[in-house]
Ligand binder design. Structure first.
Ligand code: AHG
Ligand code: MN
Ligand code: MN
Ligand code: MN
Length: 334
């Protein structure tokens, strides 16, 4: 009989990689896994229950919230609140950090930044959406966590992951010792290890960028797109263009097949669109752990000093050689 390993079993086994770990991070990851299953259930029956469409509020980014954005946000926060390992949550859907019941969590060590539902524009049309999370250890001791505790560089993440609610639902995460992927087996309600030790191919063949913004791109980005489209047998070009519009789904495909995901700065959005703390950083951590590269065009994403919770960053991430190539074009920019 084929053997399988559940996410819970895997997390407990991996605790041995951290000799001083007391199991708190493991419990936190397990709580995120449970909330993911609850959100997955709702995403799966989205057309049948009254969960599609707008929630009628606007978040701090000025985006209209969808009902599923709000639902996923509530589920993850509830799971983190009742788990007792997380002292504060920063979410895309809240302007300010969300306090956790302080009496209950006063010894909690971990900070979670989360994009509860990624790919909002795809919710109503039955296209893959996701969740992205990033975990830090708090540096200060005692008292309520401060903004400084939260605003750490991506290189200080202790874990990060995403869930893709796709044709099957997968959870992919890293604790800085490689990347592992788990597929939800709906018949037993467990995430099971299906993609151990994920590596992004060094040479990719897919480029993912919203070309509708082409006129607003810098000359370097425009030239790189032209490079992708040109014919050249020695480098296997032209490359294939694929863009879903859900960061998680675009990254997941490129991680498996090899490719580059680009959301550049534009003349109208000088810092790009994606948010550093809960989109760029966690994905950059995973991509690097899988052997790829993630940059904002000038520096490694994980080295950016965050200034505000919802700040944005340009990003170029994926297969090592593809990211290095786009960097050449950016360097030579006129
Ligand atoms: P979110 O749904 O969490 O607000 O994120 C949307 C993001 C991301 O998922 C995606 O890569 C990007 O927006 C797509 O933006 P464009 O529609 O501008 O291409
Ligand atoms: Mn949004
Ligand atoms: Mn998002
Ligand atoms: Mn979102």
């Amino acid at each position: 009989m084929a053997t399988f390993k559940t996410l819970g079993q895997f997390i407990i086994e991996k605790q041995a990689d951290f000799p001083y770990a007391k199991g708190e991070l493991s419990r936190l990851l397990r709580d995120i896994g449970i909330a993911a299953k609850v959100v997955n259930r709702e995403v799966n029956k989205a057309g049948l229950v009254d969960i599609l469409g707008d929630a009628g509020q606007v978040n701090v980014q000025g985006e209209g919230q969808k009902k599923l954005d709000v639902y996923a946000d509530e589920q993850f926060i509830r799971a983190l609140q009742s788990g007792g390992e997380c002292c504060v949550v920063a979410s895309e859907e809240h302007e300010l950090p969300v306090d956790i019941d302080w009496e209950f969590s006063k010894n909690a060590k971990y900070i979670v930044c989360i994009d509860p539902l990624d790919g909002s524009s795809n919710i109503d049309v039955n296209v893959s959406v996701g969740t992205i999370f990033s975990i830090y250890r708090r540096d200060s001791l005692g008292g309520k966590p401060t903004m400084e505790d939260i605003l750490q560089k991506g290189s200080k993440q202790v874990a990060a992951g995403y869930i893709v609610y796709g044709s099957s639902t997968m959870l992919v995460y890293t604790t800085g010792k490689g990347v592992n992927g788990f597929t939800l087996d709906p018949s037993i309600g467990e995430f099971c290890l299906s993609h151990p030790c994920m590596k992004v191919p060094t040479k990719g063949h897919i480029y993912s960028i919203n070309e509708g913004n082409y006129r607003k791109f810098s000359s370097g980005v425009k030239k790189y797109i032209k490079y992708c489209e040109e014919e050249d047998a020695s480098t296997n070009r032209p490359y294939t263009s694929r863009y879903i519009g859900s960061l998680v789904a675009d990254i997941h495909r490129n991680l498996l097949l090899g490719g580059i995901f680009i959301y550049p700065a534009t003349f109208t959005h000088p810092n790009g669109k994606l948010r550093l703390m809960y989109e760029c950083n966690p994905i950059a951590f995973i991509i690097e752990q899988a052997g790829g590269k993630a940059t904002d065009g000038r520096q490694r994403i994980l080295d950016i000093e965050p200034k505000t919770l919802h700040q944005r960053s340009a990003c170029f991430m994926g297969s090592l050689e593809m990211v290095e190539k786009v960097e050449e074009f950016l360097l030579a920019e006129d």
